[in-house]
Design a protein around this ligand. Structure first.
Ligand code: DQA
Length: 141
């Protein structure tokens, strides 16, 4: 069975509450429970971790990053600032996909800069919560 890890960074614990026009009105745990019911995902073990702290995200990447079959990472605003998370991704062996709910390229200029794109296997953005689903699916092809 494939083991996939989803990591959400800062403020993504407030999905369903924060800036609904950008991020939707669905709570992430509810979304996760729904996709776990889908047949396509029935043979995948999906673990979820969320933290608002850069160092905790790095610790988690170190902990799972040598045995996970695929990591889905929405680093939130750390995407645009964190050399430390980019270095952590470089240090582990599991492949990482960068995820964004919103179309970061249609927003403020600072969101067009990502410190992690070049160390990730790929990037998916702009499909709402479906961005996560597409990311998980990509590890099953
Ligand atoms: C985000 C985009 C980031 O710019 C922002 O800071 C977030 C969420 C997204 O999923 O669209 O917190 O990563």
């Amino acid at each position: 069975m494939k083991k996939i890890n989803i990591i959400n960074g800062p403020n993504l614990n407030l999905l369903g509450i924060r800036e609904k026009n950008l991020y939707g009105n669905v709570n992430f745990i509810d979304f996760l429970n729904e996709i776990k019911k889908k047949k396509f995902f029935s043979k995948i073990e999906i673990d979820y971790y969320q933290s608002n702290y850069e160092g905790k995200i790095i610790d988690y990447l170190h902990n799972i990053g040598f045995q996970s079959d695929g990591i889905i990472l929405n680093a939130g605003a750390y995407t645009h600032t964190s050399i430390a998370i980019a270095d952590a991704i470089k240090s582990i062996s599991s492949p990482v996909i960068e995820i964004h709910i919103s179309n970061v390229h249609s927003r403020e200029n600072f969101r067009k800069i990502s410190y992690i794109t070049n160390v990730c296997k790929g990037t998916i953005f702009g499909f709402g919560l479906k961005s996560y689903e597409l990311g998980i699916m990509s590890f099953c092809l």
